[in-house]
Ligand binder design. Structure first.
Ligand code: F0G
Length: 361
């Protein structure tokens, strides 16, 4: 039989706290492509690679952490899990709970998560509750529920999530055969920033890499508590996945930044959408707006002269574009793209396409 990727727990069983007694709840997550991005390399003078996490089973990087968190929850005898979410965690939690045959309760901010993600939570039979508040309110309630009721918390304040997610750094190292010079990623709760930092630190300790990458994290300007140095009460950005005002892994992330000579920056919404367009139109990778902030961050830092020519740069793009596709149909001036409609007429179609009869391909 052809080799099939077995999911991150089996592929990295020696690097994670699992045993023969741990039931492996997997949907085949991880093993995602690390793709060269020639267009971004040309723009920046760096060697740029994109870690395409939208290729995970529910379309985001959350699956790496969720396979670990749900497997450990089931090992502990949990019958129900709970999470707060801006959408991707809830989609992933609901899918892994469905696979495990347990219940997932998900708390999301009312009207603030994308249709794609909402549909996933419902499709996987999650108990979906919309809270009249923001993500930070949802996380407070989820934590209190887990403290006082028999439900197992699977947000990234649960260390099992971070452990599962660190496997992405292992994959990058195995492809590049060293750590990159820079790693760029979006930051919401800063769980993934923490997870990659841990993964790279473990690779260095094992002696398979020669350095730690400088960890560069980006928040949306209207939702940038780490950059501002204080919580944001009413975070606002169209990148709904990272609309978070009080990150759960704030302290861990600051430590990781200091250990790696890292950086946190903020990017405004229009610049995020521009970067999303560059990635989809010039590299061929469609991501949700929150993920495009990695690209925007690289372009901004390169413009500022902070990325030496020839540096190896990895960008994690965290979620698939189909999660929240409406932004691709919005033009730069804010108007909607209107597809061209023509009759069933060869000449007319050729005319609209600008094709000339007998011309070369
Ligand atoms: N990118 C996407 C697509 C996300 O969904 C998230 C977080 C992040 C980046 C940021 O990752 O929180 O580890 O810093 N989404 C969470 C959720 C909050 O509920 O789906 P982080």
């Amino acid at each position: 039989m052809a080799h099939q990727w077995r999911g991150v727990l089996r592929e990295y069983s020696d690097r994670l706290d699992i045993s023969d007694k741990t039931p492996i709840i997997t949907l085949g997550e991880g093993g995602t492509p690390l793709l060269p991005a020639p267009a971004l390399s040309a723009m920046t003078g760096a060697k740029v690679f994109v870690k395409y996490e939208g290729m995970n089973p529910t379309g985001s990087f959350k699956d790496r952490g969720m396979t670990m968190a749900v497997s450990k929850a089931v090992e502990d005898g949990a019958k129900a899990i709970i999470c707060a979410s801006t959408g991707n965690t809830s989609a992933s939690a609901a899918a892994y709970a469905a696979h495990a045959g347990i219940t997932a309760a998900v708390l999301v901010p009312e009207g603030k998560i994308s249709m794609g993600k909402l549909s996933q939570a419902v499709a996987h039979n999650g108990q979906l509750i919309q809270l009249k508040g923001n993500f930070d309110d949802c996380l407070d309630i989820a934590r209190d529920l887990a403290k006082n009721y028999p439900v197992h918390l699977v947000n990234s304040v649960n260390n099992d999530r971070i452990e599962g997610q660190k496997t992405a750094a292992f994959e990058v190292v195995s492809v590049l055969e060293d750590a990159p010079d820079f790693h760029f990623l979006p930051v919401g709760n800063a769980g993934n920033y923490t997870a990659y930092s841990r993964g790279y630190a473990e690779e260095l300790a094992r002696g398979v890499t020669t350095k730690l990458p400088r960890m560069f994290g980006f928040q949306a300007s209207g939702s940038a508590p780490i950059v501002l140095g204080h919580p944001v009460k009413n975070p606002d950005t169209l990148a709904s996945a990272i609309r978070i005002g009080n990150p759960a892994s704030w302290e861990l992330a600051l430590t990781a930044r200091d250990n790696t000579n890292g950086y946190f920056g903020a990017i405004d919404d229009e610049t995020i959408l521009k970067a999303q367009r560059i990635l989809s139109a010039q590299v061929g990778i469609f991501v949700e707006p929150a993920s495009a902030i990695s690209v925007a961050g690289l372009l901004e830092r390169a413009e500022a002269g902070e990325i030496p020519a020839g540096s190896t740069v990895v960008l994690t793009v965290t979620g698939h574009g189909l999660k929240d596709p409406q932004w691709a149909l919005r033009k730069e001036d804010g108007s909607q793209v209107e597809p061209t409609v023509v009759s069933v007429d060869l000449e007319e179609v050729a005319g609209v396409l600008g094709l000339v009869k007998g011309g070369l391909h």
